[in-house]
Design a protein around this ligand. Sequence first.
Ligand code: ADP
Length: 468
Amino acid sequence: MFSAVERFKPGHTLAFKLTLFYALFFGLLALAGGLLQLQLVRTHVLSELDDDIARQKDVFVRVVIQGAESTALADELRGFETSCGKTDCFARLTDGKGVVRSSTDMSLWPDMPLPGPLLLSHPGTQSLFSTIDLPDDRRKARLLSVFIPSHGYFQLGVSLAESEALFANFRHYGLLMLATMLTFGLAIGWLLARKAMKGVAAVTRASRNVAAGRFSERVAVSGYGREIDELVRAFNLMVERVQTVMGEMRQVNDNIGHDLRSPLTRIRGMAESAAIDCESHAEGAAMAGDIVEECDHLMQMIDTMLDISEAETGLSRMHFETVDMNQLLDQAMDLFASVAEDKGIALAFDDSAGPANIEGDRRKLQRLLANLIDNAIKYTPAGGWVRVGLHHEPGRICIEVIDTGIGIEVASLPHIFERFYRCDQSRHQAGNGLGLSLAQAIARSHGGGIAVNSKPGGGSVFSLILPT
Ligand code: ADP
C-alpha cells in the first residue's frame, strides 16, 4: 500500500518528471540554437568589419608608399577621422622604434599596443588582426597592424562598441526566447504527461477497485494513446479472466459443497448404523466394505478434480510422445466391447483412416477417449448403437463418437463441460459430472477441443479435434 505522503509527492510522479524533461529539452534546444546563432552572427559581423578595415588600410598603405609624411597622408588621416569619428576609430604610422610619425587624434586611444611588438609576437606575419580590450571603458576594439617595408608600421583600429551593442541585443532576445521556450516546454510537457497519465490513473483506480473485490470494474478505452490503450485493453482482459476464474471457483466451491456432502453423509450414516445396529461380525464387515467403496468413490472424485485443475492451469506433468490415435481408439474399443455387449449396445469402430499420429500424452489421451466412449454407452439405452470414427483434416484429426442415446437438452448444452454439471434426465445414471470437464481440459492442453451436437431423444455426436 502507498502511504498518503508517498502517493502525492509531486517529485515522485511520472507526470512531474515528464514535464521537467520536456521543459529541459525545449530549454536546451533553445539555448543551443541561440548560442549557435550568436556565434554565426558574431563571425559574420567581424568578418565584414575586417573586410572594411582591410580596404581602408589598403588606401592608407598606397598613400604611405607614394610618399609618407606628405600632406596626402595627413589629409587622408583627417578625412578618415571625420568620417568615422575619433571615438570610434584611429590610424597611425610609426617607425621601427615605435615613434609615431603621423596619426589621427589618439587622445581617446591611450595605451594602444604598438604594431611593432604585436607583429613580432607573430613571426613571419606582415599584417595582423587582433581584438583589444580597451582598459578605460571596458570597450573592445578591432585592430589591424601592418608592416610597410622601408616605411615603418601602420595601425588601424575600429571600436567594437556598435557590434557589441548588437551582440548584447542578440543575447537579450536569446534569453527572452529561452524563457519562452522553457515556459512552452513546461506547458507542452504538462499537457502531454497529463494526457498519458490519465489512462494510467484510470487503470490504477480500477486496479484498486478490483483489489477491493469489485471484479466488474473496467476501464473505458478512449484514445489515451496507443500504448496506454493497449495497457487498458490488457488490463480489462486480465480482469475479465480473473472475474471468470473467480466465478468458476465460486461455482466449483458450491458444487464441491453440494456433491461431496452427499457421499460424506452416506458414509457417516453407514458408519453410524455400523456402530449402533451391527449385530454380527459379517454384517459389520459388509457395512465396512460399503464405507470403503464410498470412500474410494469420493477419493476418485477428488483425484479427477485435481487432474482437471492441473490440465486447465497447464501445471500437469505432460509426457509428450508420438501417439497413434487410431491405435489408441482400437485399444479403447477392446476395453469397452464387453461393457457395450452387456448393455445390449452395438459398438463399432471405423479404423479405415489408418495411422493418425499426434504429439501427446498417451495416458491422458486414453482417459479422454474413455470418458467420451463411456458416456456414449452410459447414455444410450439397450438396442442402440455407438460408432466411433476418425478422419484426417488439414493440420488436425477429428474423432467422432456418435450414439443413438437420450441426447441433451439445448439449454444444457453450454453447461455439460462445467465441473459437476449433470443433465436432469441423466441423474439416475452413475456419475459425478466431472468426466467431460476432464476430457475438455485434456483436449485443450493438447491444443484441441471438443464440440457437441445433440438433440433430446435423437442421440449425440461428440467431435474431438486434435492438432497433428
Ligand atoms: P457424468 O459423470 O454425469 O457422465 P460428464 O461430465 O461425463 O458427467 O457429463 C456431464 C453430463 O453431460 C452428463 O451428466 C450427461 O447429462 C451429459 N452427457 C454426456 N455425454 C452424453 C451423451 N453421450 N449423451 C447424452 N448426455 C450426455
